[in-house]
Design a protein around this ligand. Structure first.
Ligand code: 16G
Length: 240
């Protein structure tokens, strides 16, 4: 139970207890938490202490509050290792989740100077501009803007990018995806991102820019994505 003699603050003990219940599946996404009063009575502590614990868990994304309704267990974040160069489809399938995409835009446009530079092609050369909402088990996870040289990759269609771009590149177009660089930074959702990702405007998001290259160091894609920060965290392992 709660150890009042422990040097650990009481609210911290409550935080750890609820976290453990979530991690062990005793509390599942969508479950309603006990009320502040109920927790206070159960552990014989003050409501203030309970509130402090619940606020911390809410800020950390374990819980969410609905005004006038209660506090609920949130969906837990997907932990994405940053070791291999994988596709969204592969990542979701590896977790037993069903990947899908909603195409917002698919067209061939003249490359802007910055995209042309990154793809190592001439300005105004034709590039595919693909905007997709990426979903896992029908829940929006990320909004992706992809740019690919249309002279390099032939025959790309809306139907193909509704499933897996990488699968098409590697099986049908016979190109070898080799390496990538990725930059991750924090931001907040603008109106469009909020709408597509089913979050509120101003909600924290992670902006990820991936530049992917083929075997001979030839740039293949430039992708600018917005990921829901309440659904994603990234893991890097390091050697020393
Ligand atoms: C991932 C990649 C993206 C790539 C896509 C291909 C990041 C940030 N982005 O979402 O660059 O285009 O996978 O996925 O990791 P697909 O093969 O399922 O279309």
């Amino acid at each position: 139970m709660i150890d009042k003699a422990s040097p650990l603050p009481l609210y911290h003990q409550i935080v750890e207890k609820i976290k453990k219940q979530i991690e062990q599946g005793e509390l599942k996404p969508g479950d309603t938490l006990l009320s502040e009063r109920e927790y206070a009575e159960k552990y014989e502590i003050s409501r203030m202490t309970v509130r402090q614990a619940i606020t911390q868990l809410t800020n950390a994304g374990y819980l969410y509050r609905l005004k006038g309704v209660g506090t609920f267990v949130a969906e837990q974040k997907i932990e994405q290792p940053l070791s291999g160069l994988t596709s969204f489809t592969e990542d979701m399938e590896a977790r037993g989740m069903k990947p899908s995409s909603k195409i917002i835009n698919f067209e061939i446009i003249p490359a802007s100077s910055s995209i042309a530079k990154e793809l190592n092609i001439k300005e105004y050369s034709p590039v595919y501009e693909i905007k997709r909402i990426r979903l896992a088990d029908n829940e929006p996870m990320a909004l992706e803007n992809t740019y690919i040289s249309a002279n390099l990759v032939k025959g790309l269609t809306e139907e193909i990018v509704e499933t897996s771009l990488y699968k098409y590149i590697e099986s049908d177009s016979k190109l070898t995806i080799h390496h990538a660089t990725q930059i991750i930074e924090s931001s907040i959702a603008n109106k469009q991102e909020a709408e597509y990702l089913n979050i509120k405007k101003g909600f924290p998001i992670l902006l990820i820019q991936r530049n992917t290259f083929l075997k001979d160091n030839q740039p293949f894609e430039v992708v600018r994505s917005s990921y829901r920060s309440d659904r994603y965290k990234f893991m890097i392992s390091m050697d020393r």
